[in-house]
Write a protein that binds this ligand. Sequence first.
Ligand code: FEO
Length: 393
Amino acid sequence: MNQNVTPSIFSVGIDDPNVQLFEQQYKLTRGMSYNSYAIIDRQIAVVDSVEAGHADQWLRQISKATDGRAVDYLIVQHMEPDHSACIMEAVDRWPGLKIVTTAKSAAMLAQFFPQADLSDRIQTVKEGDTLQLGDHTLRFIMAPMVHWPEVMVTYDETDKVLFSADAFGKFGAVQHPDDWVSEARRYYINIVGKYGAQVQALLRKLQEPAIRTIAPLHGPVLRENLAFYVDLYHRWSRYEPECKGILVAYSSIYGGTAEAANRLAEMLRRRNCGEIVTMDLSLTDQAEAVAQAFRLSAMVVAAPTYDAALYPPMHDFLHHLRLKNYRNRRVGMIENGSWAPIAAKLMREMLQPLQGIEIVEPVVTVRSRLNAANIDQLEALADAMASDPDTNV
Ligand code: FEO
């Protein structure tokens, strides 16, 4: 993946089109990239390593970019193994190499590589410290919890490149271009979504330096219209919807709850509530359903009772929304139960503690299959969902 980021900065990362899961949980349909960058100057720095199993290719690409010169610095911005797995291969390859990283990362290095004593190879940096390579001056900016506590990003003052660590990354291999927003949203909400306040703190720090290029650790290098990407990050990290609309997320065992959810979706479409998206949580990628909940301005959840508890696909969905700090939305509810419906009570208990969540009345209770009274109740719920101006972003 040797490509020029600037005339003296090369992409030397790994593009894996075949990997199927990220963090062993998020589905990948177009692979994943694990980016790394070589900055060629009187001294040479490499920004981050790559996922395990790719060390040989990574080292080959660095050698090609550096014309075989030794690397002086390995900048470790983040210790999550998708970027740190091959550090020891670099340490062994270049005996003079220094690892430039935060004190927190230095402690994690010892945890991840307990067999190695790296104390004389580590140079710790803190907020605002710089590293002079020759013409290139690198400045380090701390970004705790974007997405682990030890994260920093690196700003090249010379070429005005921001090495943004996980920020501005996405799912998908670079060789498979796709809709950036869709896979960056799914990545952001599910990987970093919990840490909106910390992302806001980083965005405030990034207002000052002039940035021409963003070089993330996943996905393509961003060179044009950077304000578009930064604006999206502002919106996502403030938990603001991207557009007016309602996600109708349902799970259904024998179709009764699905019928109720789809009838409600038709009623909402007739009421001009913006984009109406229905998702069957048993069939949909969970991470995409979570991302859609954040994208839209309101949500309706519909689920049956199961084993005197909430049907597991809906329980998993709401659990993930809680993990990612879902907030500031109006939520309608439909429950189903043939003998003792308690799904709505349980969904309310999961959602109500979240900041800024308003449960919209009436909650509709279906007994097995829709009846005439249910249709009236769904119409009333549709009216209530449509009536609030906040639903209409
Ligand atoms: Fe791409 Fe947080 O690692």
